[in-house]
Write a protein that binds this ligand. Structure first.
Ligand code: COA
Length: 241
């Protein structure tokens, strides 16, 4: 069995990540720089690191209402290990929650030469939702507002961000109501500005949200009575009686 990789290797003498000795990385670099290096094959400059840092903070936690946190707490409550609870949280990342980053970044990267209007029209004709827009509770996603402010300051307000905002405007015109560029869509635009391929999209959300997932799984195990169950009032049986 042979794995051919450009990413890293370890031997009794040395551990190398993308050409860097792990000892040097431990001594000189942050975790965010390590992520950039491992995924892109080079260390980021200061501005890139700051932008990626902000992205990773933006979705680290969103309370038990979010599917990732809810599922991990339920699995922890049933008496499972931390790794099972974390896996449950990560498995609930999907097209509608966190997973939209991937589809949205693919859209931006593959259709960067199209206008916002053309993209909105195309989705409307197919009767499909545009990934990265709309939110269950926000009309303006506060995380997007902050990320865009940082992007502006650091010089990442480029063609992908501009396209993302053009789509938001066209969508509002078409639907007659604001469907905001949500944090997934904003990360999709910014990761594209930073040069990450869309295939890494879900990775940003998974790394970031695992922070909250772990905290909630531990809290559930340590502080709550085991075996959560819905109240009768929260379940409605509509089958045969
Ligand atoms: C997040 C989401 C599930 C919220 O859905 P919701 O609560 O049903 O949305 P709303 O009630 O505000 O709006 C529903 C209406 O807006 C439309 N709409 C919502 N998001 C849309 C989108 N991204 N693109 C196009 N239309 C959208 C729906 O088709 C619906 O239209 P209708 O009333 O004519 O049927 C939804 O916006 C969505 O699927 N977005 C894309 C996936 C995504 O980005 N997920 C990450 C969230 S952080």
């Amino acid at each position: 069995m042979k794995f051919v990789t450009e990413i890293g290797y370890s031997s009794p003498k040395k551990t190398i990540v993308r050409g860097h000795d792990i000892q040097d990385l431990v001594k000189n670099n942050t975790f965010t720089e390590g992520i950039f290096l491992t995924w892109q094959g080079r260390l980021p400059n200061e501005k890139e690191r700051k932008m990626l840092d902000a992205i990773l903070v933006s979705c680290m936690e969103h309370g038990p209402n979010a599917p990732t946190i809810l599922s991990s707490r339920i699995v922890a409550s049933a008496g499972n290990s931390l790794n099972a609870s974390v896996a449950a949280g990560v498995l609930s990342v999907g097209e509608h929650h966190g997973g939209a980053i991937e589809q949205c970044a693919k859209l931006f990267q593959e259709q960067i030469n199209q206008t916002g209007k053309q993209i909105v029209k195309e989705f409307e004709e197919k009767k499909k939702r545009i990934p990265g827009y709309g939110h269950k509770i926000y009309t303006t996603d506060p995380r997007t507002v902050q990320l865009l402010e940082i992007a502006q300051k650091l010089g990442f307000f480029g063609k992908f961000v501009k396209l993302s905002l053009e789509i938001e405007k066209e969508l509002e015109t078409l639907k007659g109501k604001k469907l905001c560029l949500n944090v997934d869509g904003c990360i999709a635009a910014l990761m594209s500005e930073l040069g990450f391929s869309w295939q890494y999209g879900k990775g940003f959300f998974i790394i970031s949200r695992t922070t909250g997932i772990i905290a909630h799984a531990v809290e559930e195990t340590v502080k709550e009575k085991p075996f959560r169950r819905l109240d009768e009032s929260e379940v409605e049986y509509i089958g045969k009686k």
